[in-house]
Design a protein around this ligand. Structure first.
Ligand code: PLP
Length: 394
């Protein structure tokens, strides 16, 4: 018996465990202090009412013989796939309902998608990076190379003609940097992928946070993307589905590599390893994707957007360089006075009782940077910002 030794190559990421430990120790030593957490990526607002009603109705269906549902289709129920296609149409992008796969979230699909690609492909990720792309490909033994995102390029790496890669992960608006790619930037990646026979795995989990109408909300808004890209999206952050679990993946029918159709390969993979998303959850997903659902979730998104605006405004007032805040729920800031990420973490915890996420947990280009999220509640966000401003303007 042999274990998968690629797991030995996973870099132990102690980021969130280390954050929790430092906060715990601080609170034990200072029980009277009110610590505000703006580090987590989880949402705080409850599910919209329309999702709850649809889920209840879905559960009720399961209680009756006439409307009971067993195993769902691997790729999702047709009406939910159609609801996703209609949602794309609402912002001017055409995708076929038969190109949509309903998933249990973007994490699983971004991590699993490379199952259909050979292990000797080279994977390119941007750094800083959402760790799932790196860890899942490390587990499969693939070579991973990095494109640097930094202050010089506004945390938006561009393709380098001298670099050879087969699979490229892009995430826009980005976690952790909040940077959102422009049409021209995304087009440069699309052209590069088409020219180099590569595939772009595009994570648009935060697309609903885009307010600037000139920015693409989908890679399929970009000419040429249908022959090189797969898109992953999620209802986690937009509709509060982090615990409910539902997302979707879009694969254009014409996407082929190595003489094979990607959509058919992914269907084959899902049919083998995935048994679909439950009926009540798919009903809830279709409900939030409906026109009325979109009105309801807009309230939640606006709430987080306003939190992001409040944090970004404070950074502007303090003269601190940052990306995100606009078109993104994340604010990625340069630690003041040349502090390191962990140094700033401790400084903020001890002097403002505010918790954020040290940037170096997301890759080497995160050193000296720090992530704040807008997913907290309003009163906490306002209080955290007041304390940060008081501390840093001294
Ligand atoms: N992709 C990115 C970039 C994320 O930041 C997250 C969650 O934090 C996910 C995917 C996971 O989404 P889901 O909850 O749909 O699995």
């Amino acid at each position: 018996m042999k274990i998968n030794r690629n797991y030995d190559n996973l870099v132990q990421n102690y980021l969130f465990a280390e954050i929790a430990k430092r906060v715990r120790e601080y609170q034990a030593a200072n029980p009277d202090k009110d610590v505000i957490k703006l580090g987590i990526g989880d949402v705080t607002l409850p599910l919209p009412q329309i999702a709850v009603e649809a889920m209840k109705k879905g559960a009720d269906d399961l209680s009756k013989k006439e409307s009971f549902k067993g195993y769902p289709d691997y790729e999702g129920y047709d009406f939910v796939r159609q609801a996703v296609a209609d949602y794309y149409k609402s912002f001017g992008v055409t995708v076929g309902a038969d190109e949509v796969f309903i998933s249990d979230g973007a994490k699983s699909d971004t991590g699993n998608f490379c199952d259909i690609f050979s292990e000797d492909n080279v994977v390119l990720v941007t750094d800083p990076v959402y760790p799932v792309y790196v860890d899942s490909n490390t587990m499969a033994g693939r070579e991973i190379i990095y494109a640097d995102c930094n202050k010089e390029n506004g945390f938006a790496a561009m393709p380098d003609e001298s670099v050879k890669a087969d699979i490229i992960y892009l995430c826009s608006p980005n976690n952790p940097t909040g940077a959102a790619l422009t049409y021209e930037q995304l087009k440069a990646w699309v052209d590069w992928a088409n020219k180099n026979d590569a595939v772009i795995l595009y994570d648009s989990a935060y697309e609903a946070f885009i307010t600037d109408e000139t920015l693409p909300r989908s890679i399929f808004a970009v000419e040429g993307a249908r022959t090189c890209a797969v898109e992953f999206c999620s209802l986690s952050k937009t509709a509060g589905f982090t615990g409910t679990r539902c997302g979707y993946t879009v694969i254009p029918k014409e996407l082929e590599r190595d003489g094979h159709n990607i959509l058919k390969f992914w269907y084959r993979r899902q049919a083998t390893k995935f048994n679909g998303v439950s009926w009540p959850v798919q009903c809830a997903a279709a409900a939030v994707l409906s026109e009325e659902g979109q009105c309801q979730i807009k309230e939640n998104i606006s709430y987080y957007q306003e939190n992001a605006r409040i944090i970004a405004e404070a950074m502007d007032e303090l003269g601190i360089y940052y990306t995100g805040g606009k078109n993104s729920p994340y604010i990625w800031l340069e630690c003041p006075c040349g502090m390191g990420s962990w140094e700033f973490f401790d400084y903020l915890l001890e002097n403002a009782n505010v918790v954020g996420t040290p940037g170096e947990g997301f890759g080497k280009n995160g050193a000296g940077y720090f992530r704040l999220t807008s997913f907290g509640d309003r009163a906490n966000t306002l209080e955290a910002v007041r304390r940060i401003k008081e501390l840093l303007s001294k």
